[in-house]
Design a binder for this molecule. Sequence first.
Ligand code: KG4
Ligand code: ZN
Length: 350
Amino acid sequence: MHTVLALETSCDESAAAVVRDGVVLSNEVASQVEEHARYGGVVPELASRRHVEALPVLVERALQGAGLPLSAMDAVAATVAPGLLGALLVGSVTGRTLARLAGVPFLGIHHLEGHLCSALVGDPAPQPPLLVLLVSGGHTELIALRQLGQYERLAGSRDDAAGEAFDKVARLLQLGYPGGPAIEAAAVGGDPQRFAFPPGRISLPEGGFHPYDFSFSGLKTAVLREVERWTQRGETLPVADLAASFQHVVCKVLVQRSVRCAEDHGLDGLVVVGGVSANSELRSQLQQACQARGLALHLAPLAWCTDNAAMIGLAACRRLAAGQSSDISLGVAPRLPLAEADALYGPPPF
Ligand code: KG4
Ligand code: ZN
């Protein structure tokens, strides 16, 4: 039996959780969103400082919530890549110190593996082979999971991540930060067909378009042009219709390309994780498309879509069960492809 204290501090959520063999015993999250909202996005230095302040309290609460002392932990885990450098360091140093104090192994966890594990729950848990659509504020990727721990990146965004597009368009529409939930709320009652925004396709040198890669920067510019047209005419922005039309096209391309990619690669299960997977329009479009094509759809519980430490604990339990742990001198990496997550368990790569 493995009981893990897990920490997450890669961006603007400070979090601690206790997970035992894939069962989440406690899950504490302190969001800094309101503070960063004042600046229209995440301020890295501010994020690090808030993690330093929040983490000890969250660790205390997570242990109390699980009804267990630190000495009952079999390992301590923390997100070490990818993310904001200073923010990652707070979790890493805290995690390694607590691991040493408790005399147990430390596990550095890849944030995206954490997101993935948030959907690999249930009884029975989804089994590979699977296609993973990872849609967060920093990543939009399609990854083949043929065996647990082995990741093959098949496609992704060539520019902005889907969550980043939501955040940027929300700013254009003056809806605040984070943009995803704000756009989703503003789109209620809006007409998703009113504006035909471009789906963002990647041209191939030999002609035609890339079947699965995404591009969201042109879509953001198209919304900007529409906003400019209305503003120049001195008319009130049709915010609900703009938000609904933008949301509709983002979800449509995510669903269409994921389904096609899964079918072309013979993967009959689709796992969708990351902050954007909380979007109800995306969840309903996915459900319809997967049902129509006979694909099994696996979505993370809503509470685990955005950043949390439960998912880091779930990933740590899988690594521990495979007999893996990290070197106590392991550092952090702001950028590390998911396909290289195994490197966190050998001699420290950084
Ligand atoms: O996974 P996450 O919490 O952090 C990263 O690892 O990036 O994802 C945050 C992103 C933000 O861009 C946010 O706007 C987006 O997820 N997001 C949503 C929704 N909730 C969060 N996007 C669309 N609809 C939502 N309901
Ligand atoms: Zn995340």
